[in-house]
Design a binder for this molecule. Structure first.
Ligand SMILES: NC(=O)c1ccc[n+]([C@@H]2O[C@H](COP(=O)([O-])OP(=O)(O)OC[C@H]3O[C@@H](n4cnc5c(N)ncnc54)[C@H](OP(=O)(O)O)[C@@H]3O)[C@@H](O)[C@H]2O)c1
Length: 318
């Protein structure tokens, strides 16, 4: 039995796995963890669709990976999660080309940005990190169900964060219409939403052989920090023992996503929050990491599912 943990890399997770014939989609594949996740899956033979909102940045990522002569096929499609019309358009195109989707990695994200609104008026972090991914995933369910089998379920991986510790869902004012905007509370709420969505989705579709997981990748130096200033960095560091953050490399950071998407030991499981290539423990006082109870609250998960359906104006049957 292999021992996986904080330092495990994508290469170690994927070693010995052959993904030939499988189709994987990765959102936010123009930077950071998304590119490494796509690289690893294509490196094991999967056909990988890189999805991102900016054609130039997407093409640059695609060129980088194509130059590596990976065994898997690389495709791409534009997807702007901050515009539900675009999400619908992207999903329709993907369903036309991918009748079966084995792996969907909802990796794209924004963190601690100034108050902004998506095309349909959702607060930017909740709208991008949760609402756009909710709609994309639900629209792609027919292809995920078509790929899943009793022997091997299709998997949906939602990138959450230890930042879910900053906030539970505020069902009274999720989009900051009345309360003052706080960029960290908002990030925390959106990352709690990613876990709740994983729970509700898994409960609905496990019987159709589609399983969902939430992942905290670790702290990795990527472009995610583009909105942070020195004060933010000091506040984050202060939360770590001795005031020093323990960073992961990008291959270490993407390892838990790849583990969630492919690990044979997770077959038959779902609705779990994972970190360091392990099923996370409940968060404990004074310890960094773990999953907080508000993110595993089944009632909140159901309430968010219903609200998300209202937001996107569509109901999704199990
Ligand atoms: N890095 C960390 O320490 C860390 C810690 C905990 C959780 N996470 C989570 O891990 C995930 C990946 O983060 P990362 O570190 O790789 O960040 P990153 O380097 O900033 O990459 C984020 C990706 O998301 C894309 N994106 C942003 N808004 C989008 C939108 N509206 N539509 C489509 N794509 C959009 C970005 O596209 P552009 O290239 O166009 O900007 C980029 O491809 C995120 O969900 C993040 O919350 C990261």
């Amino acid at each position: 039995m292999r021992t996986l943990g904080f330092e495990t890399t994508t290469g170690e997770v994927i070693a010995g796995q052959d993904l030939t014939g499988r189709v994987a989609l990765v959102t936010g594949a123009s930077a950071g963890l998304g590119v490494e996740t796509a690289r690893t899956l294509a490196g094991a033979g999967a056909t990988v669709y890189l999805l991102a909102r900016d054609r130039g940045r997407l093409d640059a990522a695609l060129d980088t990976l194509r130059a590596e002569n990976l065994p898997g096929k690389l495709e791409s499609a534009l997807l702007d999660l901050a515009d539900l019309d675009q999400v619908r358009e992207a999903a329709a195109g993907l369903l036309r080309t991918c009748p079966k989707i084995d792996i969907l990695i909802n990796n794209a994200g924004v963190m601690a940005c100034p108050l902004g609104r998506t095309a349909q008026g959702f607060e930017m972090q909740l709208g991008t990190n949760h609402v756009g991914h909710f709609l994309l995933t639900c629209l792609l369910l027919p292809a995920l169900k078509a790929a899943g089998s009793p022997q091997r379920a299709a998997r949906v991986v939602n990138l959450s964060s230890a930042g879910h510790s900053f906030a539970a869902m505020d069902f009274e004012d999720p989009n900051y219409r009345q309360r003052p905007y706080d960029k960290w509370q908002s990030y925390g709420q959106s990352k709690t939403a990613n876990v709740l969505f994983s729970l509700a989705l898994d409960a609905r579709v496990a019987a159709s052989h589609v399983r969902a997981f939430a992942v905290h990748p670790g702290a990795i130096s990527t472009e995610l920090g583009r909105h942070l200033d020195q004060e933010d960095m000091e506040r984050i560091a202060a939360a770590f023992p001795g005031g020093k953050m323990s960073f992961k490399s990008v291959p270490q950071g993407a390892a838990t996503s790849v583990w969630a998407a492919t690990a044979p030991e997770l077959e038959g499981k779902g609705g779990l929050y994972l970190e360091d290539c392990q099923i996370a423990q409940p968060a404990a006082d004074g310890v960094i990491g773990g999953v907080h109870p508000w993110a595993l609250d089944e009632e909140a998960a159901e309430r968010l599912w219903q609200l998300s359906q209202e937001w996107v104006g569509q109901e999704f049957a199990a």
